[in-house]
Design a protein. Structure first.
Length: 173
């Protein structure tokens, strides 16, 4: 299976008009950097993503209450359901992942929460890609981030970065 890099428009304000590279070094404001690498259905990526989701604090999980069995996870990665999906590494160790979905939601998951890395990635994503056009009653024309109710650290960071809460969603247990 060939990995899809990204579907949908690159932001017209982006410094490049070409497809996002499969592997890219992103400079951080403090002089450090992270590597962003397109997710492919290969064993090291499947294992890295499984390890990341397994290590995720339950209070910040939304869709995956508990990590899935490895074979289910492998099939999920092979089916690549996202518009864009990237692994993040620092010093040759996978430290997180981010993805954009077709509903214009985006998610940045870091093994160790780091405000500088999170905000730099958020800026990179919103500068590089444009939201897909709105579809009334189905998709907003803006990027949005879903936050688990127990993730106060992320809620605070997003509000300090001028993001505003737009809804609260409930599910029956």
């Amino acid at each position: 299976m060939i990995a899809r890099l990204c579907v949908g428009p690159i932001n017209p304000g982006s410094t490049t008009k070409t497809a996002y590279p499969a592997k890219h070094q992103l400079a951080l404001p403090d002089g450090g950097s992270v590597i962003i690498e397109a997710v492919r259905p290969i064993a090291p990526h499947i294992r890295a993503l499984f390890d990341l989701i397994s290590a995720r604090d339950p209070k910040v999980r939304i869709s995956a209450g508990t990590p899935p069995p490895f074979d289910d996870h492998r099939r999920f990665v092979e089916n690549h359901p996202y518009r864009c999906w990237f692994l993040i590494s620092e010093k040759e160790t996978y430290s997180g992942a981010f993805y954009l979905q077709y509903d214009n939601s985006l998610s940045i998951n870091l093994k160790r929460f780091d405000e500088l890395v999170y905000l730099t990635l958020l800026q990179e994503i919103t500068n590089r890609w444009s939201p897909l056009p709105p579809i009334p009653s189905l998709r907003s024309g803006k990027f949005h981030i879903n936050v688990a109710p127990g993730n106060q650290q992320l809620s605070d960071l997003l509000q300090s970065a001028d993001f505003k809460p737009i809804q609260v969603t409930y599910a029956r247990s």
